[in-house]
Structure formats: structure tokens, C-alpha cells
Write a protein that binds this ligand. Structure first.
Ligand code: ASP
Length: 346
């Protein structure tokens, strides 16, 4: 039987970094580095795979939404030739990229696995080898047809994952969603993932219809609430004519300070201007139940959309994507309040 072909796209990140006087920096030549670090037997066991490097390798803290479209276009370009894709990416913004790609790659029927590492491949005790080998295994899994993050033996849904630790090798989790797969002696998808894949497949169009819009970044802002937030900050976000969407992070089950009249009036005016405001929780896990407290219920009257248990990365990229691809504000509001985005399930 022919082994499936995997394309590895190296974008930068710790995995391929080397120390410099000012700290770790990305460096080219990942293929050569891999050959040095893995023995010939391991390399040939991993075949067939190809590696391409982006022209400009980055620390993922420097990522911009245009880079997501570049990656989606690369996958589109090579889609027919490969059975699965591995994207080597910095951990800092990996969850944003995974979320954005999950929305752009509509009708995806092959695995797209993002991974990276906390310790560079070139350093002792690196976690890069384990993460990369697991990611390649999962990229060969034909029953996996979605954008995932593979890190420290876990396979996570891309638009559900978050970076949760700066230095632990378990750097990611999906606090509100089950793990999709585990890697022990074998890399295996969980039974619930297989059921879910079937459902996704049934609802999918037969051919992929990828969309790689130019997302206008200045159209969506994030607003983290905290005690004592200034009126000036609220005005800068909520009274800005450029801004068409706001991802607001409020307390607990979605509670804002409803005694803050400036905030309440700015939210109301923004909603009346057609700005789409999505309310998420500042908590690490759990969901927004807008109205379990009177403070939160106020938001229902102001037209703020409860964002349920979405991650901030997913809500932000989903809103950017929908504003760039959909015309009707009402339709965008409906999609933002559901766990669906086109055919993609959150
Ligand atoms: N700053 C690095 C990056 O995101 C961190 C990492 O890769 O782990 O590119």
C-alpha cells in the first residue's frame, strides 16, 4: 500500500530557532536540521514528505492576518498532491492561525496539523521531535479532516485550542472541548472524533471551497474589561467608526459592570450603528450565559451576542473572516451566536 504524502510548511517559531545575542531567532534550513537531528532510519520511516519554508520566517508574535491567507493559499496550491499537511508554527499565536485556517479551509477533507515546540529542535531536551513525529502521524490519519493543533501527545481541535503555559511542554489545551486524539505507542483518534468526522463529512460539499479573503484587521477589536476601565478606552473602541466588530471579554458568566453608564450607552450606540459585539468570558473555561445575572441580562437588551464557550482566538478570527466574506450583518450575528461557521463546527 502506498504511504500517504505529507507536506510540511515551516513558518518559523521556536521549533527551528537558534540562540542569538538578543534571544532565540528563527533560522532557515529546517530540512538539514531535521536530517542532523533524526537518524536515517527515522527519516526514511517518515517518508514520503516534503518540506517547504516560507520566504520570511517569523517569530509568531509577528503574525498578521494576511499570513493566514498565505498559508491557506499554500494548502490550496498543494491540496491535490498531498494527503495531509503539517504547519510548523510558533506557539504564541498558533491558536489564532489554527482558528483562522479552520474558517478559511471550507470543505476540508484532509488533515491540517499545526505544531511547534517549547524547546528548539537544535537544543538538548527538545520537545520538537516528539511533536513533529506525532503531527506527521496525525497528518496521515485519513479519518481526520480538520485543522488541529498537535502538542505534547495530544491532538486538539484548532478552533478550540489555547496556549495555556509559557514554559510547560504541555503548552496547549482545549478547555471547553474534548481532546481529538492521543499519541501513546500509537497515535489514535478518539472514538468521539470519528463520529464527529462522519457528521462533518455528511454535511460537507464534495469539493473544497476555500476562501482566503483579505481580512481588514482594523475592523475588529478586542475589549478586555477590568475594574476601573477608563471611559477613554471604551470610547476608543466602541465609538470608533472604523470598527465593525468587537470581541468583548467580561467577567464570569458574561457579566459587565452595568452600573458603568458610559459603557452601557456606548454599547447601545455601537449596536445601533450595526457594530457586532460578541461577549466572551474572561474565565479560562466555561461559557457565557448572558442573563444568569441581572448585570449580564442588560447585554441582551443592548443587542450584544453571547459568544457561549468560544475561545477569544476563535471568536476574533471568525468575526474577521465573516466581516470579510458576508454582506448581511444579521447573518453574521446569527453565525456568531451559533457553533457553526459555514460547515465548520466549533
Ligand atoms: N515566540 C515564539 C513564537 O511564537 C514562541 C514559540 O514558538 O514557542 O514564534
Amino acid at each position: 500500500m502506498n504511504k500517504s504524502r505529507v507536506l510540511i510548511i515551516y513558518t518559523g517559531g521556536t521549533i527551528g530557532m537558534w540562540p542569538s545575542e538578543s534571544g532565540y531567532v528563527p533560522q532557515g534550513g529546517f530540512n538539514e536540521l531535521l536530517e542532523q537531528r533524526l537518524n536515517k532510519v527515522s527519516i526514511s520511516a517518515l517518508q514520503p514528505f516534503d518540506i517547504i519554508e516560507l520566504d520570511k520566517l517569523i517569530d509568531s508574535s509577528n503574525i498578521v492576518p494576511a499570513d493566514w491567507a498565505t498559508l491557506a493559499k499554500l494548502i490550496e496550491l498543494h491540496y491535490e498532491k498531498y494527503d495531509g499537511f503539517v504547519i510548523l508554527h510558533g506557539t504564541d499565536t498558533m491558536a489564532y492561525t489554527a482558528s483562522a485556517l479552520s474558517f478559511m479551509l471550507i470543505g476540508l477533507s484532509k488533515p491540517v496539523i499545526l505544531t511547534g515546540s517549547q524547546i528548539p529542535l537544535a537544543q538538548p531536551r527538545t520537545d520538537a521531535t516528539n511533536n513533529l513525529l506525532n503531527a506527521i502521524e496525525f497528518a496521515r490519519e485519513p479519518d481526520n479532516k480538520e485543522v488541529c493543533i498537535c502538542f505534547d501527545d495530544q491532538l486538539l481541535r484548532g478552533n478550540r485550542a489555547k496556549k495555556i503555559h509559557t514554559s510547560s511542554l504541555r503548552a496547549f489545551s482545549s478547555p471547553n472541548f474534548n481532546v481529538l486524539g492521543q499519541s501513546g505507542i500509537q497515535a489514535e483518534l478518539c472514538p468521539t472524533t470519528l463520529e464527529n468526522t462522519q457528521q462533518i463529512q455528511e454535511s460537507q460539499k464534495s469539493t473544497p471551497q476555500f476562501k482566503t479573503p483579505d481580512c481588514c484587521t482594523h475592523h475588529v477589536a478586542q475589549l478586555h474589561l477590568y475594574p476601573g476601565i477608563s471611559d477613554a478606552q471604551l470610547v476608543a473602541v466602541l465609538d470608533n467608526p472604523d470598527i465593525k466588530g468587537v470581541v468583548m471579554l467580561s467577567y464570569g458568566a458574561g457579566n459587565p459592570p452595568d452600573n458603568n453608564h458610559c459603557m452601557m450607552s456606548l454599547l447601545e450606540k455601537a449596536n445601533n450603528r450595526g457594530v457586532i459585539i460578541v461577549n466572551l468570558t474572561l474565565c479560562h473555561s466555561g461559557k457565557v450565559i448572558q442573563g444568569s445575572y441581572a448585570t449580564g441580562a442588560r447585554l441582551n437588551q443592548l443587542g450584544v451576542i453571547p459568544g457561549a464557550d468560544m475561545t477569544v482566538e476563535a471568536a476574533y478570527t471568525k468575526l474577521l473572516f465573516l466581516l470579510a466574506t458576508e454582506k448581511s450583518t444579521e447573518h453574521i450575528k446569527t453565525l456568531m451566536s451559533s457553533s457553526l461557521c459555514g460547515e465548520v463546527t466549533l
